[in-house]
Ligand binder design. Structure first.
Ligand SMILES: [Zn+2]
Length: 117
């Protein structure tokens, strides 16, 4: 698969999760999708990211701020079913709420970084 093929498959999964969220009574505000190397370095130095090899650099990660009844959901347990849905869409998909070293609940990615960075 080319990088472009991965980016297209990722966006199809983003469409799927947005439909899933809206169908289930959530509202969503978008955050970062594409990120420059310079911006990644700033986040890394600020401790907001733990890697310089983010899937955001490849346009294969998006931060989704998910709300229920006007309240931003930040607790992993409130979002676990959504993360599970995301990871079931494709075996390359990872949800930041399941990261071992750094909890990042708004983060939804297709993990192609080992192949392209
Ligand atoms: Zn992210």
């Amino acid at each position: 698969m080319t990088l472009g093929n991965h980016q297209e498959a990722f966006m199809q999964d983003v469409a799927n999760i947005l439909a899933y969220l809206h169908d289930n009574g959530y509202t969503v505000r978008g955050g970062d999708l594409q990120r420059s190397k310079e911006q990644q370095k700033i986040y890394f130095n600020q401790g907001k990211s733990k890697t310089l090899k983010s899937n955001h650099l490849l346009k294969c990660a998006v931060d989704l701020h998910i709300f229920r009844n006007g309240r931003l959901l930040q607790d992993k347990h409130d979002l676990q079913a959504i993360g599970d849905y995301w990871e079931a869409l494709n075996n390359l998909n990872r949800w930041g709420g399941n990261f071992k070293t750094f909890l990042d609940v708004p983060h939804f990615e297709r993990n192609i970084q080992p192949y392209f960075l």
